[in-house]
Design a protein around this ligand. Sequence first.
Ligand code: C2E
Ligand code: MG
Ligand code: MG
Length: 580
Amino acid sequence: MRAGPFERSPRDRRKTDILQEGEARFRALVQNSFDIITIHDSNGVTIYESPAASRVLGYPPGTLIGKTPFETLHPKDVARAREAFDALLRGEVSAAPVLMRFRHADGSWIHLEALGNNLLEHPGIRGIVLTSRDVTERKRAEERVQYLANYDVLTGLPNRFLMQDRLTQVIAHAHRNRLRVALMHIDLDRFKVVNETLGHYVGDALLKQAAERVRKATREADTVARVGGDEFTIVFPNVTSLQALSAAAEVMLDDLSRAFPGEGQELFVSASVGISLYPEDAGSVDELIKHADAAMSTAKHLGRNNFQFFTADMNQEVQERMLIEAGLRTAIQRDELSLLYQPKIDLATRRIFGAEALLRWKHPKLGMISPSRFVPVAEEAGLVGQIGEWVLHAACRQIREWQDAGYSLQVAVNVSARQFQEYDVAELVMDIMRDTGVLAKNLELELTESAVMNDAEASIITLERLAALGVQIAIDDFGTGYSSLSYLKRLPLDLLKIDQSFVRDISSDPNDAAIVRAIITLARSLGIKVIAEGVENEAQLAFLNAYGCQYAQGYLFGRPLTNLQFVKLVTTGELEQNIA
Ligand code: C2E
Ligand code: MG
Ligand code: MG
């Protein structure tokens, strides 16, 4: 049966149902969507807002209707939003979502990511449809990541990356405008000690305060960054007076050497500061950084708590130091170290009674380098323990060989200050003596005055342990450092070595003669023997004899020799003839 003209056919009815069903479904989708859906007329005025709008933005439903969204956007985002809206009006399809900040009812900014569709021609809509998604959480996370990548969390200062970035911009600007840029590298002295003895909590608190002092000593335009554990740099974008820059460095040093309050006590650090200049010292960011660093290292070597401008010499010096340090790490494995033996003479019998073992290093590139050059580098690089251990081992093996051959020779081994202070030298000596079978009386240790006096109480304990083993103990370079007489009395010493600087002019400079005589008298009253170093001629020897010096060492008797040369000298008796 056919349906009448006014009756809907079952097919039509089904179509309507489906349509109605579909409409309800879409309405529900829009109503429940997490995204805000808004419809705007061609002027941008809002004619529809979905419920998500009030949920996300906090306004009562309908608040947006009759207004344009531009009124509630962040001022910096308005132009971009208008541009995108105009593009939609022209019929362009938006390629990427537009990011903008929308004011929430509580005053905060909500980050929205909006996509638009021009449906002005669509009979059911007749508007521009925007779908906006709340991406505030994501933006916050991104900002946090951005912050962490560019800032130091502890001090809130820019980190190394941001500093390099700024420096790059500053240099480009300076290049165009013929300005001078300064980079100041600040490294705290002794911070490691604070951190290690009082803990990281106290260390962190000190760093925060130090950062604050550095920041306060600079101006708005300067970038202060924390570029390492206890290192800061400052970028001065426009330096007009080097004098003013020096004055700024002075202020910085003063500020940082004042007491830092910490955990119920006052803490003291100081700083070493290096400065490099663009364009004088460097043409690139990397070079400028490297040179400020080199100048800072020089400031450290000059005794800390001072500032230095970079010089070309420094660069060479630093490069050589780096070459030395790099080479030192492998010197032992590559068998580049050796010992020479300089004879020590008993002036009463005119016989060799022993030797001083002197370290030699044949660097693959630099050739023979003096221990006075590389031992300080080894100390600083933390390699002196290994090297000192090698020296003791090598010397003791040699002593054992001589013992076995029937020679009774006392061999002195130099122990560096750092090695003495930071390692258990007594324990090491005990182990090596046991391993090599060296008789204690044949081993002597040479320590400088400052190594021993730096922490005299601790030195007494270590030296007594060594003395208990029967090892001889000598104070090297005596007279050049400082000694406390009361401590000198309490230390178990066997020998004072008069520094060669006093011996050199003993026959011409009455002051030096007086000093040498005083040292001999002092030693005698303490019951300690004396040896003069650096004896090069007969005149010096005559004076030493006249003052009653017991032992001597120097080119007059023999230069530092290889073990074979040394043994030959001992056995041929060439020496007695030499000085007879
Ligand atoms: P030092 O212990 O005071 O050694 C004496 C230095 O004076 C040696 O220099 C020696 O070669 C030199 N000398 C000896 N007689 C004369 C002389 O008549 N005239 C002059 N002008 N110089 C003389 P060297 O071997 O270059 O060693 C320099 C310093 O390096 C040593 O001073 C010592 O402090 C250190 N050193 C040497 N070997 C070692 C070592 O194995 N370990 C450590 N830690 N330091 C060492
Ligand atoms: Mg010595
Ligand atoms: Mg000496």
